[in-house]
Design a protein around this ligand. Sequence first.
Ligand code: NCD
Length: 305
Amino acid sequence: MKDLIDIRDLTEAEIDELVCTAEDIIANPDKYAEVCKRKKIATLFYEPSTRTRLSFEAAMLELGGSVIGFSAAADSSAAKGESVADTAKTVECFADIIAMRHPKEGAPYVASKNVDIPVINAGDGGHNHPTQTLTDLLTIHREKGTFENLVVGCCGDLKFGRTVHSLISAMSRYAGVKFVLISPEELKVPENVKTEILDKNNIPYVETTSLEDAMPELDILYMTRVQRERFFNEADYVRLKDTYILTPEKLENAKKTLSILHPLPRVNEISVEIDKDPRAVYFKQVKNGKYIRMALIMKLLGIKA
Ligand code: NCD
């Protein structure tokens, strides 16, 4: 495997290996401090980002490597009309590995086909976000000790939320996983995710509009924001944006062992009062994102500690 474009580019065994490496990095950071000496990651971000870009950069720096890149399309030659393929071929002259985020579905794939260095999809439009899923998987593993026999509730914008699409794809490979898909009618999981992943693999799932009804059976609650930038009109966004707001009252019927995840950024969908609840793990999740990206960079560069 040269690139990570889709979470299914990794086998379950490779995911286990990345989780294991991330755990070792957490336990023994010094062992990894220079393994990527003289290596460079290029972060090519054509869309806004805080966590994903900074965690890739922090990951490479903590491995002893360095970072080049841009954080907005307007700061790159894309603003002059350069193609993704040409930009990638240029960056290949300077860097050892690329992490790319782009508003167009498939752009990181196009880049990967035009260069010999590894390309990581750091989010492509409303499609996929495999490294957020690795972050989510490490978090689930650290909180639950397993990926199996879990009821996973995904709540919010399941139509445009690329992190949800990749998470469903990843978690549906584990035994005994059931999904509860909680969204307004207009923001349901796309048909292709249902037919090509859930139905094809006989994964049990229910769709509902009620977070309250779903709450008691959930082991994981994966909250998401309504993806304003992917809406065709602002009025629809305004109407739907506050459909779900997680408050302490809504958690009254939840399991004591529930884990609440969110890829972040949060807008209104989780009240800040929830942050001090031990079941809220979304800031731990951010930290896990750096460790699993360290493990991924090493794997794609063929580096062992
Ligand atoms: C997510 C994304 O970019 O898809 N953010 C992230 O990478 N952690 C989620 C979002 O923007 O809502």
